[in-house]
Structure formats: C-alpha cells, structure tokens
Ligand binder design. Structure first.
Ligand SMILES: NC(=O)c1ccc[n+]([C@@H]2O[C@H](COP(=O)([O-])OP(=O)(O)OC[C@H]3O[C@@H](n4cnc5c(N)ncnc54)[C@H](OP(=O)(O)O)[C@@H]3O)[C@@H](O)[C@H]2O)c1
Length: 440
C-alpha cells in the first residue's frame, strides 16, 4: 500500500454541508472519523468546517464542534473558508439556487438530490462546465450503488443500448412480499408503512414518481440526451393484483417496477419510462429482492452488466456522497474536473406509442365455444400475434391469460380495447409489458 506523504496531500479542502439529516449526518461522521484513512488512500485531506441546518435547536450527535452549525445555508455557500459544497437538504427550493450560487463561485458541488438533478440537472451541469468545476451526484440514483461513475467514466467508450433499473426500494419490497406471500397490495403497503419501508404518504414511491426522476437521470447519463422527469411516462404498482404475480410465476416471470431508458437507432431518439413489467425468472433483475436496487446496463462491447446493492439508507448513501467529495476535492486540487455529460450528440425523445414490447394480458371470459377465436381475431386484426395462451377455470370463473409476441404498444392497446368490448369478455383484468425471453 502506498501512503500519501504531507507533500503529496497539499492544502486541506474545506467542505460546507447544506443539510445534516439522515444522509448529511452520516457523511459528516465518515469524513470526520475516517479523515486520516481517507487522506492516506486518496492523497487529499478534507475537513468539514461548516454545516447548515434548518433547526439549530435539534440535538445532533456529530463529531464536530457546535460552532460549525448555522441556520444560514447561503452564508455557507458564500463563505471564504468553504472550497466545496455538499447539498443534502433535498427538494428544489432553496437547494437549486444554493447549488447554482456555489457553482457561480467556482465551488465544486456534491449532491444526493434526485429531485433537483431530474428537474434541473442539465442546466446545473452546464453551469458547472462553464465554471470548470465538478457537480457530482452519485448518491442520487441507486443510493450506495456506484452507477453514475461507471456510466460516465468506466464505460466512457461504450455504446450503451439500454439501461433497466430497479431503482425504488419501497416498490421492490412491496412486490417481493406480494410475490412470495401471495398477499394483496393494500395489506403489504400497510405492513411496509408500519415497518418503515414505506412513507405514510406513499405516492412518490408506489405511483412511480421517484423512479421517474432516476430514469431521467439515467437516460441523460447513458445517452447524452437531456431528459427531464416530466419527459418520462410513468406507471406505478397500485393496480397490480397478487393473482397476476402468481400466474406470472407459473409462466416463468417475476413482476418488477422498472425504470427503462433505451436508444432507438432508427428513430435516433431516446425513450425513458417507468412501468411494472414481467421479467423472465432467469433474468438477473428477477433475483433482486426486497428493498435492494439494481441497474442492468446493456452495451455493445462490454455486453450485459448489473450493478446491485442498497438503494437508500444513511450508510450506503453517505458512502456515495463521501466518494464524490473525495473525487471533487482531488480534482479541485489538481485544477481538473471529471466528465459531465456524455457520449453522443443530442437526440430526440421518443413517443412511447411507437415502442414495441411483448405483453401479458388477462381477460375474464365466458367459457363458451368461439370466444377464444373472437379474441385471437381482435388481436390479429391489429397485427398482434399471440405467443402463448392459457385458459383457466370453467364457466363463470374462466379467464384467459395471453402472452403476445413483440408488438407496437399502440396496437396492443387498440386490440385490448376491441377484445374488452366483445360479448364473451367480461373484464380486462390485467395488461402488463413483458421483458422478452431473449433478453434473459
Ligand atoms: N435518506 C436516504 O436514504 C436517501 C437516499 C438517496 C438520496 N437521498 C437524498 O439525499 C437528500 C437528503 O435526504 P435525507 O434523507 O438526509 O433528508 P433529511 O433527513 O430530511 O435531512 C435534510 C436536512 O436538510 C436540512 N434542511 C432542510 N431544509 C433546509 C433549509 N431550508 N435550510 C437549512 N437546512 C435545511 C434539515 O435540517 P434539520 O435537521 O434542522 O431539519 C436536515 O438536516 C435528499 O435529496 C434525498 O432525496 C436520500
């Protein structure tokens, strides 16, 4: 092991924190308590010298003197003794203007804030580029899983085709328990809330908005296209029935909420979306259980890679923050900055209706001759062919479970609408995308 000498280390990089809650406090602890080891490994000395919080009256167990704390975040950004700013307060206001102010002062910024990066990331990265300093945000997607740095640096020469992520631990926890226990969504959500895996107001997670922010960041990184979270069509998991998870298992599939960003070469456009999907049980993402996250990257040269770990929590997220702080501090001392965005020229953003996918469709039907033929005709008339059909039950309780071949999604929607209106069809019970077997 090489040890950095005092000559290698150079002047201390003085860090100001904006926020010191779950992520901030753990980051301050690691930077302070492991300062010497970090210097030895990285060759850069980092000291936390100011911390802004909202409420100075809160008791905090921090390894720094109380005099470091202030309730004036703008003063931390502007202070002459702050070289580098860490934003871990969350939200877009005032976090966005504080980050912009730091970059305007040519101070590198590290943030864990997916809401800010999904809404204003491209503009803030432009500002960082103009100031020739870093804006690093590894913790904003996948918590402690290194994914931003692999996409921007390790895979700089890769031609990424698709990125698929399980990027929301709450929904993965709920779907895993529904799958393994056969329990309904409402019961598992209530239990997840009681156990602290889901918020009292769960919409950001279960309706897919948190995953959409991460999909926008991943799409921007993987393809160099400026994708905002408002560009990401989003479906959550509220409508998922445990019965479909059971049927999916029998057919060899597991249901996951996916954030998918893909490049369509023919259209020269990027499509980023969030939706629940059936994935083959042999796919690496199928084994990502409970609150774990994973990001699966498909590249032309390196092939298929999966990055797996804890997507949230104080320790994992702080580790990503600390890694960025060390990186930004080292770059600052060397007068350099890391890469920002990205590999290809700007493309358009693709309309989801033109996307193609296999589908799982479950219909409740009358069990009488001719119904299946009418349904198959409705699908065939829209150019959607059926890969497999499973008929369950008899008479009043009959249901038809179909997996389609890859088809244009707008055509599947139209075929399902027609099939749903047929006399022999009582109800369209479930429609879900299927990640193709050949992708497993
Ligand atoms: N928690 C996770 O597992 C996780 C994972 C990945 C990413 N993130 C991201 O990390 C960021 C921080 O999350 P967190 O869970 O650490 O949040 P948190 O526990 O709520 O902490 C927020 C901190 O910011 C301070 N703050 C908020 N508004 C402020 C203001 N206007 N002025 C000064 N201080 C202010 C709060 O002060 P007080 O302490 O006085 O209230 C608190 O210290 C968010 O962007 C979040 O999305 C979190």
């Amino acid at each position: 092991m090489t040890t950095a000498s005092a000559d290698d280390v150079g002047p201390t990089v003085r860090v100001g924190f904006l926020g010191c809650g779950t992520v901030g406090a753990e980051s301050v602890r690691i930077l302070t308590q492991r300062r010497e080891a970090i210097t030895r490994y990285s060759g850069v000395d980092v000291e936390v010298v100011r911390i802004a919080v909202r409420d100075l009256g809160v008791e905090r167990d921090l390894p720094v003197p109380d005099t470091v704390l202030t309730d004036d975040p703008a003063a931390v950004v502007a202070a002459d003794d702050i070289d580098l700013v860490v934003e871990v307060m969350g939200g877009t206001d005032p976090a966005g203007s504080l980050v912009a102010a730091a970059l305007d002062l040519s101070k590198p910024v590290v943030t864990a804030n997916k809401t800010l990066m999904a809404a204003d990331g491209p503009a803030l990265l432009d500002k960082a580029r103009a100031a020739n300093v870093d804006l690093l945000y590894e913790a904003s997607v996948g918590g402690g899983i290194p994914i931003i740095r692999p996409l921007t640096e390790t895979l700089a020469g890769e031609y990424v085709r698709r990125v698929m992520g399980i990027v929301n631990g709450t929904t993965n926890y709920i779907l895993t328990r529904m799958d393994e226990e056969g329990a309904g969504f409402d019961a598992v959500l209530a239990d997840a809330q009681a156990l602290g895996y889901a918020e009292a107001e769960p919409s950001a997670d279960v309706d897919g908005h948190d995953a959409a922010q991460k999909a926008a960041i991943l799409a921007t990184l993987a393809f160099g296209t400026r994708v905002h979270d408002t560009d990401v069509p989003t479906e959550g998991i509220r409508g998922i029935d445990a019965h479909d998870l059971g049927l999916g298992r029998r057919l060899g599939y597991v249901v996951k909420l996916l954030a998918v960003a893909e490049y369509d070469e023919a259209a020269d456009a990027v499509l980023a979306r969030v939706f629940p999907a059936m994935i083959p049980d042999s796919h690496p993402l199928a084994n990502v259980r409970l609150s774990y996250n994973a990001v699966f990257v498909e590249g032309e040269s390196a092939g298929r890679m999966m990055f797996y770990g804890h997507g949230a929590g104080a320790g994992p997220t702080a580790m990503a923050v600390v890694g960025d702080v060390v990186d930004a501090a080292r770059n600052l001392r060397q007068g350099a900055r890391g890469p920002h965005v990205s590999r290809r020229a700007l493309h358009g953003i693709k309309d989801g209706a033109d996307a193609t996918s296999q589908y799982y469709v479950r219909l409740e039907v009358e069990d009488r001759p001719g119904v299946l033929a009418e349904i198959a005709r409705a699908f065939g008339d829209h150019g959607v062919s059926l890969k497999s059909v499973l008929q369950e039950g008899r008479e009043a309780d009959a249901e038809l479970v179909m997996i389609t071949h890859a088809s244009r999604e707008a055509d599947v929607d139209a075929a399902v609408a027609v099939a749903g209106g047929l006399d022999g069809v009582e109800n369209v019970a479930a429609v879900m995308r299927v990640v193709a077997d050949e992708d497993a």
